[in-house]
Design a protein around this ligand. Structure first.
Ligand SMILES: [Zn+2]
Length: 58
């Protein structure tokens, strides 16, 4: 059922919106230092690596 997958996506969004910081991502450059969460992007304080959050794959 494709609906199952849909629900997973929604759960992920809910978690992100409520500001739970468990899902913090590690910096791919520094490894071990975490990216700071912003509204539309993540940034690394060490190397200023920035990763933009995109809604679709366009
Ligand atoms: Zn970094």
């Amino acid at each position: 059922m494709p609906k199952e997958k849909n629900q997973e996506v929604w759960t992920y969004y809910k978690v992100e919106k409520s500001g739970i910081k468990k899902l913090r991502k590690e910096c791919p450059r520094c490894k071990g230092s975490f990216l700071a969460e912003h509204k539309d992007r993540r940034t690394c304080g060490k190397c200023s690596y920035t990763e933009f959050k995109t809604k679709g794959s366009r």
